[in-house]
Design a protein around this ligand. Sequence first.
Ligand code: GMT
Length: 379
Amino acid sequence: MRIGITCYPTYGGSGVVATELGQELAARGHQVHFISYAPPIRMNLADPNVQFHEVEVTTYPLFDHPPYTLALATRMLEIFEAESLDLLHVHYAIPHSVSALLARSMAAPRHLPFITTLHGTDITLVGINREYLPITRFAIERSDGVTAISHYLRRQTIREFEIQRPIQVIPNFVNCDLYSRSGDGALRARVAPDGEPVLMHLSNFRPVKRSTDAVEIFALVRERMPAKLVMIGDGPDRAAAEYLAVKKGLQHDVHFLGKQDEIHRKLASADLFLLPSQLESFGLAALEAMACEVSVIATRVGGVPEVVEDGVDGFLVQPGDVAEAARHAIEILTRADRGREMGLRARAHAQEKFSAKDIIPLYEHYYQDVISRSRAASA
Ligand code: GMT
């Protein structure tokens, strides 16, 4: 198939899922065309089946807000014509589904079906603001196919948006060959030279991630045992988290690495992963950690219980309950095996339910289904 994929190219879960989906599809012989304003992070431009098409937004003094949605729709149509795309797959409803809807209308009577994948904040935060709700609902209703990355998000979309159409749940996935314990241990050797346990947090440091809670949890752990915390990523709350680490006198134990590539290598150095978010529709970073045999302490919110099984892969706590999270962390890290058995179970769970090799065919079938339904509807 020839597939156009649009996503946010920045540091965020939806862009990561879209990019890794594109690469997995390319590895299976499909032609994949990314259409966005910048090459997505984690994109492998060396793959001959992957191409990137930049959307340039012309600006003019009259435009306080350059019309990206329109430029994107135009570029989608151009790529459809130039590359004979079979379909468009847009990740994150706002504004990508609206651009795809416009592109499909402009392409008619030729077929340009589009699929919208909902990731979370497009529904739970952004979408429920009244100014975006009607147009987002319209574009979701008019999509040729809609998927959600968890059952929680599907339910939430139906409830908040009063959506009538079917929404298929296709969960996020992880490449278990790449994400494994066999990543190099260079990071561990650097941050924990005396063999201290390593806790890790990875996010875009937006307020919804409660990244400062990771520092609070670590501070309670550190009161009881030697340990190190690695904070990966960047975003609005990074400065607050750094300040908190200094305030607690932990600046030598907490390492802020900023944005990183080769995440699988970093995660493989961890003993425990912390995801203390206020809300997660899925929690992709937790799944990636699990694949690297790292047990997880996360919050019991949104779609997280669909990913992290409480007491099996790690533990779930209420958002903000740093004391309970720290209690679990200390319990795991003081076990004779320092949580290795739990980490192994976490990987087995990731392999069994969320392995890329099982999830990518679900997308392929869904694409075929959408293409045939769209052709049948206009025959
Ligand atoms: O969480 C973010 O700030 C990023 C956001 C995104 O769309 O990039 O993440 C959402 O999509 C991820 C990939 O599907 C999910 O793993 C995250 O749980 C989800 N975030 C929220 O629901 C807050």
